[in-house]
Write a protein that binds this ligand. Sequence first.
Ligand SMILES: [Fe+2]
Length: 120
Amino acid sequence: MYRTRNDLPIDTRSKMIAILNSRLADVIDLRTQAKVAHWNMKGLQFVPLHDLFDRVAEDLDGYADLIAERAVQLGGVARETARQVAASTISRSTRRLATWKSTSLRLQARLPPLGGRSGT
Ligand SMILES: [Fe+2]
């Protein structure tokens, strides 16, 4: 953590920096998705949607700047390179999948077996 004139407690700033870096990953990920949509647009609505996705990507660039610079103002480091964004979004997706699987297994365990008393 870098020294800063910000007088928030260091614990608060650390938590905020972690949240900001997580949201920064989300914004960068979303920006790349908007660019992919922009590049791959086809069909009758090509012109308006191609332009729309480009404007969305430009707007997200601005939000990424705001978030990254706020993390630095709080004494942190803006950490999200493309490689870090990929690792971060993949690990969050993996955690969500693991949560979904365990919830699914718990629900499955509560269901009566197929072909039970009412099955015939
Ligand atoms: Fe373009």
